[in-house]
Design a protein around this ligand. Structure first.
Ligand code: FES
Length: 104
């Protein structure tokens, strides 16, 4: 029998559920953050910078760097590394400040 981290700590996660990233279904497990669910699905970038549009994703994983900002259910600037995924969450790529629709 293969030993896994979940088996070592006798974890018994609840059933998986689904979130979406730019409309694409992404599986998530209870307790996962949005960043963890995206990474597990092979998605490592979900934001672009204001200057130059460079791709960004999770970097520090502790809420300090703000590289992981995402738009969650229409709300920009959510730190994906700290925000728990919830069933049905719609995550979308955040370009720039996430407030382009407010530009004057
Ligand atoms: S990865 Fe640094 S704040 Fe989320």
């Amino acid at each position: 029998m293969t030993t896994t981290p979940a088996r070592l700590v006798r974890a018994d996660p609840g059933p998986p559920y689904e979130i979406t990233f730019d409309g694409r279904p992404v599986p998530a497990l209870p307790g996962q953050t949005i960043a963890a669910a995206l990474w597990a699905a092979g998605i490592v970038a979900w934001r672009t910078t204001r200057q130059g549009g460079a791709p960004r994703g999770a970097f520090c994983w502790i809420g300090t760097c703000h590289d992981c900002l995402a738009t969650v259910n229409g709300h920009p600037n959510r730190r994906a590394c700290l925000t728990p995924a919830r069933p049905g969450d719609a995550i979308t790529t955040q370009n720039g400040t996430g407030h382009d629709d407010l530009a004057v």
